[in-house]
Design a binder for this molecule. Structure first.
Ligand code: DP6
Length: 326
């Protein structure tokens, strides 16, 4: 057993995962499709050591505590039980984007942790087994394992993982992220998924997914934003409809969020091809082609309530690197 370090990119879903059919196994109620984000990465080093009394997890410069530590320990337990070892681990993790943002998605974190922990324990998992392991830590993390654009489907523990649809080089699609808040969200996605079913619109949204997924896949394969974009926006609005009508209601939007959504619609009327999507948070991901990226970056930066703009193209998959964080 040695030290291993992995890098993984966060991903943005074009058809989203919102609601589970199995809480323990993180099995989603619907298939989802995403793009890895080159600009948002997590780097994680893990070393299982004999004689360590408990797992230690450093996230950024802080020792993890509470629920974050519990999720890391639980994930390390999965790897320990796969290999049959008892050793505790030293783990350190760092994001290359500002800490504590609503962007610090668990996707890159659990994809990097899965690969670093498996490799430190001497496990050489193939891509689908690694994606399954990442899924158990955080659903969306399974999509950060393959490079580029990924589809997560399957309804059982064995069959539920993400696979690559097309590599990052296939289409230089851009995600221009309007950061309207750096605050941690009040209700994280883990609890949000559990509330989804309480919405009267939950089943209706699930019924719309196959059609939306087909449009997004067709647009992706044909590199055609015009056939993909409306479905991306429709699914984002549908999951936020479910969130808003859950009991209790989940309202993630801030005034800055609405300003960006309105601006995107107005710019589209003027002929700029851009579509928005949002995760369980207030920040807005604006999807466009490379040729419109600079214009959008500038326009978004000038909107009231937008604190920062991050531009990202398609990113790679979870990978091992030669350097270590400790
Ligand atoms: C709205 O993967 O963060 O971003 O499995 O509880 O960790 P857990 O949930 P998570 O949920 C992601 C929700 C989403 C949509 C998506 O990325 O598909």
């Amino acid at each position: 057993m040695g030290k291993a370090t992995a890098v993984a990119n966060a991903n943005i879903a074009f058809v989203k995962y919102w609601g589970r059919i199995d809480d323990a196994l993180n099995l989603p109620a619907n298939p989802s499709l995403s793009m890895n984000l080159a600009a948002l990465t997590t780097t994680t080093t893990v070393e299982f050591r004999s004689g360590l009394p408990a797992d230690v997890a450093m996230i950024g410069d802080q020792p993890a505590t509470g629920q974050s530590l519990a999720r890391v320990v639980e994930h390390l337990d999965r790897v320990r039980s796969m290999v049959g070892i008892e050793e505790r681990a030293w783990m350190a993790s760092r994001n290359d984007f500002p800490a504590g943002t609503g962007l610090a998605s668990s996707s890159s974190a659990f994809a990097a942790l899965s690969l670093a922990a498996a490799s430190s324990a001497g496990l050489d998992l193939g891509e689908s087994a690694l994606s399954r392991l990442a899924r158990l830590g955080s659903g969306s993390a399974c999509r950060s394992v393959p490079a580029g654009f990924a589809l997560w489907e399957g309804d059982g523990d064995e069959s539920s993982f993400a696979r690559q649809l097309v590599p990052p080089e296939y289409w230089d699609l851009q995600d221009i992220i309007a950061v309207v808040s750096y605050q941690h969200k009040a209700v994280g996605s883990y609890n949000g998924h559990a509330l989804a079913r309480s919405s009267p619109f939950y089943t209706a949204r699930l019924g719309a997914v196959p059609g939306l997924l087909a449009s997004v896949r067709m647009g992706l394969e044909g590199r055609d934003l015009l056939s993909m974009g409306p479905a991306v926006e429709a699914d984002a609005l549908a999951i936020h409809g479910v969130m808003l009508t859950s009991q209790p209601s989940l309202l993630y939007w801030l005034p800055g969020t609405v300003a960006v959504l309105r601006a995107v619609h107005a710019w589209r009327q003027e002929g700029l091809s851009v579509y928005f999507t949002l995760d369980a948070g207030p920040n807005v991901h604006c999807i466009c082609e490379k040729a419109s990226a600079a214009t959008l970056e500038e326009r978004l930066g000038n909107l009231p309530g937008v604190q920062d703009v991050i531009v990202s193209g398609p990113g790679g998959g979870a990978r091992l690197v030669e350097y270590h964080l400790f």
